[in-house]
Write a protein that binds this ligand. Structure first.
Ligand code: PGA
Length: 254
């Protein structure tokens, strides 16, 4: 049995005002009670971090942000620095989500800079990787994942990556209702763990949690979690309602 604690993370993307987010967070905290066998995180929009942070304080639900900028401060209109996120109680930060790569010019190089900034500030990075449908069809899935990890985590040493979480999100499965089969997901996760072992050693690879993301819902979480290299999930659409997300967190319940 792996020693990795399951991790279920919600990505609220650009949804909910601060008030709506706070209400959902309150509802989630009430529904989850003292959940202890699963680590839980929610990442609301920046504008709701303060309000959600107040709701989850003292509960098992941890706070995450959806991005950060790599400089610590300065003339970068519209950007948010790691220290600002720590100040609001964030413990985690998503980095390199495919929507950032697709719509906002995120590259492996910018991912690399953000990872370094997150680690410098003591934020646990949740680094998102995954292939597009065209890349999968062209047989490039593994080479894409290999490069995203090599370049996103270049110059890092295993000692600095204790808090790293990876999220494998095949782009064609995000928000589409199409989930990778459990075998496809397991195959990719196994490859990712092998790549981590090659780059940083077996010990870090064994300890690092690799989440699956892409149309995760209460109906498919249990079979995904049954796979040996799937350690959790990054949930978009199905995390927006407290009841649905709580059912995903409680995937072990009969
Ligand atoms: P989805 O999104 O669950 O809505 O497919 C997942 C994600 O983008 O993190």
């Amino acid at each position: 049995m792996s020693q990795r604690i399951p991790f279920i993370a919600g990505n609220w993307k650009m949804h909910k005002t601060a008030g709506e987010a706070a209400r959902t967070a309150r509802d989630l905290v009430a529904r989850l009670g003292a959940v202890s066998d699963v680590e839980v995180m929610i990442a609301p929009p920046y504008t709701a971090l303060d309000a959600v942070g107040r709701e989850v304080k003292g509960s098992p639900v941890k706070l995450g942000a959806q991005n950060l900028f790599w400089a610590d401060e300065g003339a970068y209109t519209g950007e948010v620095a790691g220290g600002m996120l720590i100040d609001l109680g964030c413990r985690f930060v998503l980095i390199g989500h495919s929507e950032r790569r697709q719509y906002f010019g995120e590259t492996d190089e910018t991912v690399h800079r953000r990872i370094a900034a997150a680690l410098r500030h003591g934020l646990a990075p949740v680094m998102c990787i995954g292939e597009t449908e065209a890349q999968r069809e062209a047989g490039e899935t593994f080479s894409v994942l290999d490069k995203q990890i090599a370049d996103g985590l270049k110059d890092q040493i295993s000692d600095g990556l204790e808090t790293l979480v990876l999220a494998y999100e095949p782009v064609w499965a995000i928000g589409t209702g199409k989930t990778a089969t459990t075998d496809q997901a397991q195959e990719a996760h196994r490859f990712i763990r092998g790549k981590l072992a090659k780059q940083f050693g077996e010990s870090l690879a064994e300890r690092t949690r690799i989440l699956y993301g892409g149309s995760v819902k209460p109906e498919n979480i249990a079979e995904l979690m049954a796979m040996p290299d799937i350690d959790g999930a990054l949930v978009g659409g199905a995390s927006l309602k407290a009841e649905t997300f709580a059912n995903i967190v409680r995937y072990r319940a009969p």
